[in-house]
Design a protein around this ligand. Structure first.
Ligand code: SF4
Length: 276
């Protein structure tokens, strides 16, 4: 029998359209995922992305009723028969808990027009069936300035926001977009002034080269600017590629360098940890 462990991120749960379950190394338990991008379209094109875009996606339309039903069913099963079926029957007993519900899928979750309604439906279902479980949004922060997206953010307990770079040039390299870096920084500040945010930084090598010290200093400076501007950063997650990325030029940074980078963030007064 194949063991479900931290490396096994299979999503095929009874052919659900939007809701899936993975055992998450970061959350230390079952992470229930909500994929609002079944079409696999994203406004970033990160070379380290692990979404398989060699096969076509599904319709971009989100049926919020179906999504809520899938979430309800999975939360109910997580309290019972889920752990008796493969592959979940091989999960270690201490991980047999729902750690979070996270909007994280095959693209940027805030892009579909149904995002606010989906967020609300997920929050209501969570309140009813799993009140202690955090509802998280993993986002690239590109659309926080849009009123409808901004309204939807209020449904989440935690916002985990991507910040992989400190300079525009490096941002374009590692996030594969022509969207202005300034917009992401402005959006991070906008939200961080309203509530604490979590920063997620994917740091990696491209063609064998990781970010140099100047890039890391700039990355720390961008976060320092958020704090100086009145924003709150709860903590910083430093991580690297753990599974095969779509672009073979990408590779993991070594643990010592990741620790050094987290240390640079800590030296600026931020809470930072490496998530290997
Ligand atoms: S933002 Fe996320 S889903 Fe989009 S390309 Fe980057 S890693 Fe992939």
């Amino acid at each position: 029998m194949r063991r479900l462990d931290f490396k096994d991120h299979r999503r095929d749960l009874d052919r659900n359209r939007y809701v899936y379950a993975v055992v998450s190394r970061r959350a230390r338990g079952l992470s229930i995922g909500v994929n609002l991008n079944p079409d696999k379209v994203c406004n970033f094109d990160c070379p380290y992305c692990q979404v398989d875009r060699t096969t076509p996606g599904a319709s971009p339309r989100i049926d919020v009723g179906v999504l809520a039903g899938e979430l309800e069913q999975l939360l109910e099963r997580a309290g019972g028969d889920l752990w008796g079926r493969a592959p979940f029957d091989s999960v270690a007993p201490e991980l047999r808990r729902v750690a979070d519900i996270a909007f994280a899928g095959d693209g940027e979750p805030t892009t579909p027009p149904e995002f606010p309604a989906a967020a609300r439906a997920a929050r209501e279902t969570r309140d009813l069936l799993a009140p202690g479980v955090p509802l998280r949004l993993l986002t690239n922060a590109t659309l926080f300035h849009k009123p409808k997206v901004h309204a939807g953010l209020a449904e989440f307990d935690e916002l985990w926001c991507k910040l992989d770079a400190g300079t525009e040039t490096y941002f374009q390299l590692v996030d594969g977009t022509r969207l202005p870096f300034r917009r992401i920084l402005d959006n991070l500040l906008l939200l961080a002034r309203e509530r604490p945010i979590v920063i997620q930084a994917m740091l990696l090598t491209v063609d064998g080269q990781g970010p140099d010290d100047a890039e890391i200093a700039a990355w720390v400076e961008r976060m320092r600017e958020i704090v100086a501007g009145g924003g709150r950063i709860d903590y910083v997650q430093v991580y690297t590629v753990a599974r095969k990325p779509s672009d073979p030029r990408c590779g993991p940074l070594d643990p010592a360098r990741l620790e050094q980078i987290a240390g640079a963030a800590r030296a600026a007064g931020l809470r930072a940890s490496v998530y290997a």
